[in-house]
Write a protein that binds this ligand. Structure first.
Ligand SMILES: O=P(O)(O)OC[C@H]1O[C@@H](O)[C@H](O)[C@@H](O)[C@@H]1O
Length: 361
């Protein structure tokens, strides 16, 4: 698809904008612009300066910014924007295979194929407040059919909500005409940007069963409290809850991840040795990222011809004190930094009270 001039809205976005113009005169458009190495990317702009970027290569979200223009996703400074290498960071899509759970290349081929903009997607129930979104589609090429002999339509909608929330909705349809079902595994391989991995904890996965990729995919049960990080981790948590929180104490920020249609959740950080071994990843960058990936790994999804599956990821970033502990009502202890602040406020109040009393008496 030919790219329009960098600052002009693409035709479907312009049409959508025109359709909603009466109720929403400030409707943000999406724009199609040239990104790294000349690869095309879609810019989504929300209200109050929220934004996101999606490369057509891999349908990969590579940027999600809040209203202070702070980047919330991690993309490696050494990421290679050149097919067939997948872009290191953002939200790669793993399909039709997660990891090494099958005979295909690691994480399947969707992340290193060129997707196209879907001008006319089948209707998808949406929050009418969402004005900034794009629909992308992937169909298998003849080459793809040789390595995975199934016809499919993979539609992805990336949307930026009015509060800056980012959502990805995948719809995968079996379009085989020979009556055959197919099965696949899947993940939204989300790289979160964090201040310092040793200051991060993940809530929602404690006591879950997991497959440990570092121990031959053996099954274990997570012990104790929230997950904290002191070394390499590569685990597939099974039947994980629909909400997971990633709490960054230093940044005082909590990412809330909500997933639908995706039972599992992968947690990955390569740590120092593996980081050094990766060509497209800086040696110390493992300190500033954490992957928490809504996924369907343990039980592959099977679709009969004509059937469609939907899997959704929604992300929001909120101040830490707001969210911590709320995933589990039994764990309402605020983080140490919040407790310290409360104590210091109480002390300050006490000092003021004493000063006022001294003046009055
Ligand atoms: O280097 P890749 O193919 O992008 O994969 C990165 C990591 O992705 C994670 O999802 C896997 O659990 C890890 O095993 C893997 O190493």
């Amino acid at each position: 698809m030919a790219a329009p001039p960098p600052s002009s809205p693409s035709p479907p976005a312009a049409a959508a904008a025109a359709a909603t113009q009466q109720t929403q005169p400030q409707t943000p458009f999406y724009e199609l612009v040239k990104g790294n190495s000349g690869l095309e990317k879609v810019l989504l702009r929300g209200t109050r300066g929220f934004s996101a970027e999606v490369y057509l290569y891999g349908a990969q979200v590579t940027s999600w910014k809040n209203d202070h223009a702070e980047e919330l996703l991690f993309v490696s400074s050494k990421a290679i924007f050149k097919p067939p290498k997948a872009i290191r960071g953002g939200i790669p899509i793993c399909f039709p295979q997660f990891g090494t759970h099958g005979n295909l290349e690691q994480h399947g081929f969707a992340r290193n194929r060129l997707w196209t903009i879907d001008d006319n997607p089948p209707p998808l129930p949406v929050n009418p407040a969402i004005k900034s979104f794009v629909d992308l589609i992937l169909r298998p090429s003849d080459e793809d059919l040789k390595i995975w002999p199934h016809s499919f339509e993979f539609r992805l909608r990336v949307a930026l909500g009015p509060n800056g929330d980012l959502s990805l909705t995948s719809r995968i349809r079996n379009t085989n005409t020979d009556g055959r079902s197919f099965s696949y595994t899947f993940a939204y391989h989300t790289y979160f940007s964090v201040s310092d991995i040793s200051e991060v904890r993940v809530e929602g996965l404690e006591t879950m069963d997991y497959l440990d990729n570092l121990k031959g995919k053996e099954r274990f049960t997570e012990q104790g409290d929230a997950i904290v990080f002191e070394s390499e981790i590569d685990k597939v948590y099974l039947a994980a809850p629909s909400k997971i929180a990633i709490i960054d104490h230093e940044k005082k920020r909590t990412f809330v991840l909500t997933k639908e249609g995706l039972p599992d959740a992968v947690v990955w950080n390569p740590w120092d040795k593996k980081a050094k071994a990766m060509q497209d990843f800086g040696d110390g960058e493992y300190k500033h990222m954490l992957c928490v990936e809504p996924a369907a790994v343990e039980k592959p999804i099977t679709l009969k011809p004509g059937e469609e599956w939907k899997g959704r990821l929604a992300l929001s970033a909120v101040p830490s004190s707001y969210c911590s502990g709320q995933l589990d009502p039994l764990k309402t202890v605020p983080p140490a930094s919040t407790l310290e602040r409360i104590i210091s406020l109480v002390n300050e109040f006490d000092q003021w009270t004493q000063a006022i009393r001294a003046l009055v008496v």
